[in-house]
Ligand binder design. Structure first.
Ligand code: F6P
Length: 543
């Protein structure tokens, strides 16, 4: 079992002493099996609204939880929460607050959350609802005076993942509601297939980009604008009526040609991966209507209130953050696999991947000090639909040489599903969780043995509705923030994505260079130069 270095805290501080006590206890727990612990401690479940989180199949005993909470207190969990809600610049490297909680707040919360942000958020949400209503009712129409039936959402990362997750999770059965389609930038084949099925006169486009500078998103928006203009024929001067935008850079949006009345704003105090609650979530209001959008926000607000009112011991997002830290630090589980047993949550893993790994996948702390390679701030998060995984990679989770931290997610009531398939999904979910823990010994047939004693947790949602998905997303946001804060990581910047973007700009001209490379190729490494040569030669050959 790998014992991680203590998180960055002053030597001999209360936090380092608490961590040392925890590490010592963790060493002792290694000899205890999960099954025995479960018998001794009994089921452990935290409930929050329509969601229950089962964390009983874990090696931790009550004492381990006490020590984890003592460390969390000493490491500043309470102060971190205060700082976020007060609008302090917790995004230190960009000197910005992180106030996504303001996006789902009520007026009366302004006393507890940065008041100006709350008021701005409520005002902009009111504008968004009014715009959505005018578009849904046909008060606002396209350039040929046709009502919009379909929305094409163009965005990437946090400007698409959250809205897509919610629209898929809550996709109303009614086929007559306005439709929404998410375009992944640069995917020409998918774009051609989608646009071939749409009527440009009745298609609305949302360009979501906080920076309004993301190359892929703007390229995609150009392609769709060209399709809209071509489809409008003589009415193409009115193309802007088909576009709305959600951005923090309204001047850039205006320069692109979108009308002020169809611009919606987000702010620099909203991180991209935390922005679905802002105007970036336009497709949610379009698809589901203001009431469902509001219920979704309310689910998240319930978790925000929970964070303000619960004790640390009862704080579910903190408990989740602490378990993740424990598993990575003391059981060496760097890999976290999330398995969903409801197709409406097919975008849950991609959403979590950005939230966890773009937030906490850092090698320095907020002070710029190097974090140890063993830092338990961020797992490699992966996974996907559980039923399919059972016939694909669950083999390695059961019989591989190393375990992963596994989380299952299932929905108890699914009235829209056929009873038999729903029953099979639930039984499979429970069976896989149990199998990881108990394993199997087959004397004389080692190839059929499974070590077992592998931990997992299980989210059970009573039903998948707006409130539940709002709570689930907000819980994940706070879990990520607390995990980062306790370990000294800034969960709100993402400098690591900049280098690749810059190198792409450097390499691009080389793809267009003739056979004789231009001088700038010398700045490239031999591998990249050779690959460029091959691509050019292969491409020219096929011309
Ligand atoms: O490049 C990373 C990133 O900035 C993410 O943090 C963000 O969610 C995504 O790209 C899209 O950025 P924007 O909303 O500015 O287009």
């Amino acid at each position: 079992m790998s014992i991680a270095h203590a998180p960055p805290s002053a030597p001999e501080s209360a936090a380092s002493a608490a961590w040392a006590a925890l590490a010592s206890h963790a060493r002792g727990l290694a000899a205890h099996s999960i099954a025995a612990q479960l018998e001794g401690e009994g089921p452990r479940v935290s409930r929050l609204g329509p969601a229950s989180w089962d964390y009983g199949k874990q090696r931790l005993d009550a004492r381990a939880w006490e020590l984890l909470l003592a460390w969390a207190e000493a490491a500043g969990a309470t102060q971190a929460i205060e700082a976020m809600f007060a609008g302090e610049s917790i995004n230190r490297s960009e000197a910005r607050p992180a106030l996504h909680v303001a996006l789902r707040a009520h007026e009366e919360d302004a006393g507890d959350i940065a008041p100006e942000a709350v008021r701005d958020a409520i005002a902009e949400r009111t504008r968004m609802y009014a715009l959505v209503e005018s578009l849904r009712t046909g008060e606002r129409r396209g350039a040929t005076d046709r009502r919009f039936t379909d929305l094409v959402h163009i965005g990437i990362g946090g400007s698409a993942l959250g809205p897509r997750l919610v629209c898929e999770a809550l996709d109303p059965r009614s086929a007559d509601g306005p439709r929404v389609h998410f375009l992944d930038p640069l995917e020409d084949h998918a774009r051609h297939e989608l646009l071939a099925a749409l009527d440009p006169e009745r298609t609305l486009v949302c360009v979501a980009s906080k920076s309004f500078g993301t190359v892929e998103t703007l390229y995609e928006a150009e392609q769709v604008r060209a399709w809209i203009r071509a489809g409008l024929g003589e009415a193409q001067r009115g193309w802007a009526r088909h576009f709305v935008a959600a951005s923090a850079e309204l001047e850039a949006v205006r320069a692109w040609g979108i009308e002020a009345s169809q611009m919606l704003r987000t702010w620099d105090w909203v991180g991209g991966r935390y922005s679905a609650w802002s105007a970036v979530g336009f497709p949610i209001a379009w698809r589901l209507g203001a009431a469902q959008h509001g219920a979704w926000l309310e689910g998240a607000r319930e978790v925000d209130r929970h964070l303000r009112e619960a004790s640390l011991a009862e704080m579910l997002p903190l408990r989740r953050a602490l378990l993740g830290i424990y598993l990575q630090a003391f059981e060496g589980l760097d890999s976290q696999c999330v398995l969903t047993y409801d197709g409406r949550l097919r975008s849950w893993v991609p959403y979590l991947q950005q939230l966890f790994m773009e937030s906490n996948g850092k090698c320095v702390d907020v002070e710029g000090r190097a974090l140890p390679a063993s830092s338990p701030a961020s797992p490699w998060l992966w996974g996907g639909p559980g039923v399919a995984a059972q016939h694909a990679y669950l083999q390695q989770l059961h019989q591989g040489p190393r375990a992963a931290a596994v989380e299952f997610l299932a929905v108890v009531r699914d009235p829209g599903a056929a009873p038999e398939s729903h029953r099979q999904r639930l039984t499979n979910c429970l069976a896989q969780s149990r199998a990881l823990m108990i394993g199997r010994q087959v004397p004389g047939e080692p190839h059929r043995c499974m070590p077992g004693d592998r931990p997992s947790t299980l989210w059970l949602l009573d039903q998948l509705d707006a409130r539940a998905i709002g709570m689930l997303m907000a819980t994940a946001e706070h879990e990520v923030y607390l995990r980062g804060a306790l370990l000294g990581v800034n969960s709100f910047d993402q400098w690591g994505v900049e280098l690749g973007k810059g190198l792409a700009r450097e390499i691009a001209p080389q793809l267009d260079a003739g056979h004789d490379e231009d001088a700038s190729a010398d700045s490239l490494d031999a591998s990249t130069r050779d690959l460029l040569r091959r691509i050019r030669a292969q491409r020219d050959q096929s011309l």
